[in-house]
Design a protein around this ligand. Sequence first.
Ligand code: 5GP
Length: 191
Amino acid sequence: MKLLEQRIQKDGRVLGDDILKVDTFLNHQVDPELMQDLGEAFAQAFAKYKIDKVVTVESSGIAPALFTGLALHVPVIFARKNKSLTLPDDVYTADVYSFTKQTTNHIMIDHRFLNRGENILLIDDFLANGQAISGLLDISHQAGTYVVGVGIVIEKAFQKGRAILDAQGIDVVSLARISNFENGQVVFATE
Ligand code: 5GP
């Protein structure tokens, strides 16, 4: 998505070897108009499926997921993160290791919000090593829902997340794909 790539070039900051900071429009301050464009792009990309719900993880997945749900006219559910090991009984849970924060979060979704047989679309802000999406796939499996696809705002194609999802035959749509960072600059994948 050209508009997103331009915004990343303008406002993104490369930190170290593999982190992109986009806190001016996605991860701290949020640009609602851009989020609406992203939501519409995801809705269009997955228009061929019947989608019952959009599912993401708090907190940075919520903004793009919300606008996707708005465009598709379906509810949006965000998995909550809980650092404590004690969890209520009536929730689906999965462990998600964050390489960026070097911590493990227990993510959870209440049983009431996912029903067996529903088609769900997963949305997240970044795809890096695939841990967050794998956690949501695990929860979806527990709930007996079917993941029609995964929508990613920014994919870092040089990390292993994409290969993990491709190996499972999952339909992944990334609105911006970064092939690498070069001298502190973002290089986008050409295909
Ligand atoms: P994964 O689970 O695919 O390894 O990483 C995805 C999650 O880690 C995203 O939800 C995002 O919060 C965070 N993340 C991974 N890489 C980056 C990055 O380069 N920049 C930012 N801002 N967040 C990232």
